[in-house]
Write a protein that binds this ligand. Sequence first.
Ligand SMILES: Nc1ncnc2c1ncn2[C@@H]1O[C@H](COP(=O)(O)OP(=O)(O)O)[C@@H](O)[C@H]1O
Ligand SMILES: [Mg+2]
Ligand SMILES: [Zn+2]
Length: 525
Amino acid sequence: MYRVLYRKYRPRVFADVIGQPQVTDTLRSEIRSGRLAHAYLFTGSRGTGKTTCSKILSKAVNCLSPRDGDPCGECEICRGIDDGSIMDVVEIDAASNNGVDDIRMLREEADFTPANAKYRVYIIDEVHMLSIGAFNALLKTLEEPPAHVIFILATTEVHKLPATIMSRCQRFDFHRISPQDIAARLEYVCEQENCTIDHEAALLIAGIADGAMRDSLSLLDQAMGQDQHITDELVRRTAGLADKSSIISICECILDKDPAGAIDLIDELHRSSKDMARLCEELVEHLRAMMLIKTMKQPDGVLVMSEDELRRTSGQASRMELSFIISSIDKLQGAYDRMLHGVNRRIEMEMTVVHLCSEGKSSDIQALTQKVEMLEGVLSRLVSDPSSLTAASSMKPASNPTLPKQKKPSTEEMDKLRENAVPMEQWPEIIEEIAKSSKALYTGFEGSRAYISGKFVLVDSDKDICFELLRKQQNREKMKAAIMKVTGRSYSLGRYSYPDEKKTDDALSQLANDLKAAGIPVSGQ
Ligand SMILES: Nc1ncnc2c1ncn2[C@@H]1O[C@H](COP(=O)(O)OP(=O)(O)O)[C@@H](O)[C@H]1O
Ligand SMILES: [Mg+2]
Ligand SMILES: [Zn+2]
């Protein structure tokens, strides 16, 4: 039967636990000297060795011939604990046994002396999940612990523990394991399994797992399932990462201020089922690397990347201003948050990258030319069809396929919609909701009103900005998502009233005149 790697390679002695000397050295010396605590608290992020060390400790305190603070692993007690035949070591998962009764039962049982071993050891995993009642019951036992009982409490979320419990435990903090340590362990495991792994690939796994040994071994397991020789490329494929060169290419587009190129790349990744939120994270990672390269003397200590990657990343970093890198990270992180809040991930990704491509562009001539071309296009459309000013987007090129062609409804249609309209009571709540994903939208819609009519939500506001905002596809998406969230229904968006045609015409000719005055030729006139 196949045993997953992280189980197969669970350390059996403290000496094999990697990267936690502050825990393992102290525990071994306590065991050697026999100065044991009655309660231990193991905290730290997942997959760093808490459960592993609990098991080793439970054996070490009971082992018949301990070796330098480690369990021998061979005596009947060690073997009995390993195979579960000795009942004096009890593992409790607090996530599923979190009630008062569970802990009461444990207390009654704890009063009896152990059957085979010296100590009865209770390992309570995910201890932060206990109910208040259960914590109180546990506290009673911790206050007067029977001499033959040792508690080991383990948790990833120590801040959720009552202070009264914490103060009665000896606390050990498990750290994230360094990429170098993880990589070395992975290389060792591969050797044992008759596989080969490139050092770069091992480092990449360590980076993805963010200091967790369990996740590293799981990823290695998956990669091994595909090939006996593990490369950087295989790891990327297995983890669903974009090819590093795609990330570098997107950044190249940002540097070249080439939004079209960036959108093409995103489209390609999207078609190969790449998750856009993940892509966003990877871009942030890459920009962070550049930030470190620009600010640190020796970034290679912190950065987990191959020499070649470091060279390419440094090359890009040298062409980017630090302030731009920082603001880009900020924007991408904002986009990432919004992605998790349910906006269309692809649109969000495109929007952000286009935004980054146009950053700081205003001074360069090519950008200006592009802007003028865009304005020309918009204007010629407006002149031939004035009603499009109030309906479809006015700032996007005509060829953009993602924009809905929206016509202003006829007066009769409008009258009919208004006739059936009822004020939307949840509107203020929807505006609060929108505040979570966009400050700009929130400001724009503050003080507006809305009506429901059939499948329409009709917005009314004294502020024009509100309708300006609604012309943008991504804003409509956000608004619709907020409406959906609050009402549980999907609505189309519309205006409650339209400014009269005359005014629109005036505004239009004014705009045309302004542009002409600025020397921009207006086609269609
Ligand atoms: N410090 C470590 N040294 C070596 N292997 C480790 C370490 N931490 C975790 N592992 C590996 O990850 C697996 C899960 O670790 P575990 O101790 O259950 O983590 P947790 O901290 O989440 O309780 C172990 O079986 C082992 O293979
Ligand atoms: Mg655990
Ligand atoms: Zn033993």
